[in-house]
Structure formats: C-alpha cells, structure tokens
Write a protein that binds this ligand. Structure first.
Ligand code: ATP
Length: 278
C-alpha cells in the first residue's frame, strides 16, 4: 500500500531524512516512533503531498507521488499534529468543507458526514460550533474529517498528544476500529505505550534514519522479558533478563535501590539509540 525507496529531505543544509526504505502492507497499522526532530512529521507530510520530496521515490497505493500526485493524494486521509479545524464553524460544516475539497456531491457529503459522526460517537454534536468542543472531541472530529473521502490510508501524526489517559484510550479504540474496517494506518508517536498497544510493526526513527523495524514484541524480546533499574546515588543503570527468576536472583545481590519491571519498547529504543524517545 505504501512503498518508500531511499526517501531523503533536507532543509537548507540540515538533513531531516537520510534515506528511508519502507513497505507497508494493506490493512497494516504501522507506527513511526522517535524523539522530537527525528523526522516523523516530515515523512508524513511528504507521503501526503504537503512537503516536496527531496530524493528517492514514494508510491501510495501504486501511484508515484511525483508523477501522479492527485491519484496518490486521493488514497490518503491526514490527521495532522496540530488541531486545524475551523473553530467558528459547526462540526457538520467542518466535515462538509472537507468533502467539497474532494469534489464530493452534496447528497454524498450529507450521508457520509452523518455516517461518520455516528461512527465517532458525535452525532449529537453535529450542529455545535467546534470552538465549544473539548480536546478529545476535536481529535475525534479530525479523524472523522480525514475519513470523509473514504481514503484507503489514514495518516495520524501524534494523534493523542496532550490528551489525558482516559481520552487517549478512547482514541486508540477508534483507531483500531478504523483499521478493523479495512484501512491501512500510518501513525507517528513519541508515546511508547501507544506504539506498543496499537502497532503491528514499529520503525524506530533517529535523526532521519530507521534504526530498527519489526513487531513490537520482537524488538522487546531481543533484550529479554524482565528489567531491573538500579539506582546507585545519582546514577541509574538497567539490566535485562530472560526470566523473572534470573532477575530476582540478581536483585537479591544488590545493596542499592532497584525496581523490577517488564521490558518495554522504550528499553529497545534506548538500547539501539542510547537515548530516550521523549
Ligand atoms: P516532533 O516530534 O517534534 O514533531 P519529528 O520527528 O516530527 O519531531 P520533524 O518535524 O520531521 O521531526 O523534523 C525533522 C527535522 O527537520 C528537525 O531537525 C526539524 O527542525 C527540521 N525541520 C522540519 N521542518 C522544517 C522546516 N519547515 N524548515 C526547516 N527545518 C525543518
């Protein structure tokens, strides 16, 4: 569904993407994980036609984004990082405008927006001005808007940034539902648990390069199952173990503070890049 070959991008002399290769299958929920400035937004903007490609090739649903930009763009629904709804307009009007941009006829716009408001559980908000909505509702509306023209691929750039944990989980449930209903999903995040919970495969991005790409479980299993964080004065060090018994035996021999926990995706990222994701 998405094929990326040696994708590059520079801003002036600063290299944002240093040659990315990637294939994403239809129906996959793929996550790009990386710290601020890693190149996540730049990748999404290029894939959705908002930023010009610097080098390499990208195919969206088989369409080359340079040779066939309109056909490629039609396959894509984008939920950008920052809320860009029209706050003076109503919920329904925001969906309608998006439908117009994709040349949808009025009757189709009406049925599709009603269907989507039901889908994101906002049917009772249709006439409400967007400025009155909470952050979580705005995010849900942005997802509905991106789905208006029935794209095959949904791009979500940090879809739950700044939301509280309960609202975040509701958005996760919605994203999963969109995938189960047949869409391919490309998500960027710097929330480890978001990638761990949602994604079938994850790429770790660091300074414009993919440093690892696999299923979350496989990336974590490479380290072990259990981790011990040792706190010795100011310093903290982590060790990984295959079994809980091995970890417990190690901790029994320590004369400083420690915490026993399960290995997570952040450990895998730290191990590969030497830095934290957020
Ligand atoms: P964040 O999590 O902060 O959104 P990111 O992983 O999405 O980070 P990008 O926004 O893609 O990272 O930025 C990658 C690099 O490119 C950064 O060094 C950033 O400063 C730079 N960059 C991004 N957009 C521009 C621009 N329009 N002009 C100049 N430099 C840019």
């Amino acid at each position: 569904m998405i094929r990326i070959e040696q994708l590059q991008k520079s801003y002036g002399t600063a290299q944002a993407l240093a040659g990315i290769d990637l294939r994403i299958d239809p129906g996959e929920l793929f996550a790009f994980l990386g710290p601020n400035g890693a190149g996540k937004t730049t990748t999404i903007r290029i894939l959705t036609g908002l930023t010009r490609i610097g080098g390499g090739r990208v195919f969206i649903g088989g369409h080359d984004i340079v040779a066939e930009p309109r056909a490629a763009k039609r396959q894509c629904g984008l939920v950008p990082q920052h809320i860009n709804l029209d706050s003076e307009l109503s919920v329904r009007e925001n969906l309608d405008i998006h439908g117009r941009l994709f040349d949808m006829p009025p009757d189709k716009r009406q049925t599709r927006s009603a269907e989507l408001l039901h889908y994101v559980e906002m049917a009772d908000r249709a006439g409400q001005p967007v400025k009155q909505l909470s952050g979580g509702l705005k995010r849900r509306l942005m997802i509905a808007r991106a789905l208006m023209h029935q794209p095959k691929i949904l791009f979500l750039d940090e879809p739950t940034v700044g939301l509280d944990p309960a609202i975040r989980r509701r958005i996760w449930a919605l994203i999963k539902r969109v995938q189960q209903d047949g869409a391919t999903i490309f998500l960027t995040t710097h929330y480890i648990e978001e990638a761990e919970f949602l994604a079938s495969r994850v790429a770790f991005l660091d300074r414009g390069r993919i440093v690892a790409l696999d299923r979350p479980r496989t990336l974590m299993d490479g380290l072990g199952t259990w981790a011990i964080d040792r706190v010795d004065g100011e310093a903290m060090a982590t060790r990984y173990f295959a079994t809980r018994e091995e970890a417990t035996a190690y901790s029994a021999a320590q004369d400083c503070g420690f915490t026993l926990r399960r290995v997570n995706l952040e450990d895998a990222f730290l191990h590969l890049t030497g830095k934290k994701v957020s």
